[in-house]
Design a protein around this ligand. Structure first.
Ligand SMILES: Cc1cc2nc3c(=O)[nH]c(=O)nc-3n(C[C@H](O)[C@H](O)[C@H](O)COP(=O)(O)OP(=O)(O)OC[C@H]3O[C@@H](n4cnc5c(N)ncnc54)[C@H](O)[C@@H]3O)c2cc1C
Length: 168
């Protein structure tokens, strides 16, 4: 999915990747061939591919400076994200020109709860499990948020989290 945060993405350090395709061929592709985009890559469009190995090239830097940057990023996560409750990370993709958290807060949905799934009070871009949330609770909450944000701001939110399985 080309995970990324705080100005960096996996594609920035990836050189190539080896995967198994749907015909059980082992294929090697370079970063350029893997068609990376925002939370996007060849693998998103080919869910049957299985990544086997990957080659990364890290950028050399000064050890102390790297250490400080890692601590800053970790602090930012701990301060801004609801890591104390189970969650699936950032729920929606960033729509161009908007911030998801602000849209959801401005829609009055901070803390909105269905079953045990709640819009986090700490960061409205996250859905947290406050007890025994079911997949159905989370899916209903995702749909409700999409509906309200569309109605209030005419912005279509698309989930970043992935739902696996059918008829949940
Ligand atoms: C608190 C929190 C904060 C987060 N913050 C961010 C963030 O800032 N930025 C960001 O980008 N993401 C963020 N995430 C999301 C996180 O990066 C992804 O959920 C994570 O990368 C998924 O990896 P996994 O191995 O845990 O999941 P898995 O469920 O194992 O895999 C996720 C997807 O990859 C596929 N997959 C797994 N293994 C392979 C393989 N070998 N070959 C091919 N496909 C495979 C699966 O089929 C699935 O579609 C956050 C998540 C949490 C919980």
């Amino acid at each position: 999915m080309n995970a990324g945060a705080y100005g960096g993405e996996i594609k920035d350090v990836l050189v190539s990747c080896q995967y198994l395709d749907e015909n059980l061929n082992i294929v090697v592709k370079t970063k350029e061939e893997l068609k990376f985009g925002y939370r996007d890559s060849l693998f998103i469009h080919n869910p049957n591919y299985v990544v086997l190995t990957a080659v990364f090239k890290l950028n050399p830097g000064i050890e102390d400076a790297i250490d400080i940057k890692m601590k800053e990023n970790m602090l930012a996560r701990k301060t801004k994200q609801p890591l104390e409750l189970p969650n699936a990370g950032s729920t929606f993709r960033r729509p161009e020109g908007y911030f998801v958290g602000k849209l959801i807060s401005d829609a009055g949905l901070k803390g909105y709860t269905i079953g045990s799934a709640a819009v986090s009070e700490k960061h409205t871009g996250f859905i947290v499990n406050t007890g025994n949330a079911t997949c159905k609770d989370v899916k209903m909450l995702v749909s409700y948020i999409e509906e309200v944000v569309k109605e209030k701001f005419n912005v279509e939110l698309k989930p970043e989290i992935e739902f696996i399985g059918r008829n949940i």
